[in-house]
Design a protein around this ligand. Sequence first.
Ligand code: 2BA
Length: 109
Amino acid sequence: MKMILAVIQDKDSPKLTQNLVKAGIRATKLASTGGFLREGNTTFLIGCADEEVESVLRVIREVCRAREQLVTPLSSAAGATDSYVPFPVEVTVGGATVFVLNVERFEKV
Ligand code: 2BA
């Protein structure tokens, strides 16, 4: 068994939920926050059989789009110093950041 962790953009979350349900794939959605942009994103936890991993990834690929986003990074220090001049940079976010982990044991009690 595998656990798929997929960090996706909030905008893609309703469609991904819908398509996973249609495909008979069970999932849990968590509200999460990106460490870099410090904006909300969504993390899906999807437990599935080893042989289902590719079809789950297919659904994720179909739904989750990469988007360009203009961001003004915050200074890493809590308070910006006088010498810190923030300027906007363009980053490509998504489609999805996916981790596939082995599940040692699974129980429903
Ligand atoms: P964020 O950390 O908010 O990152 C959003 C986007 O900003 C990233 O898109 C990437 O294009 C850019 N970015 C992130 N860190 C950067 C850095 N140090 N320098 C320059 N650009 C940077 P994605 O790569 O598509 O990531 C989307 C979200 O997926 C991330 O949101 C984070 O929540 C999650 N993520 C990505 N890689 C991860 C990892 N290795 N472990 C855990 N979560 C990860």
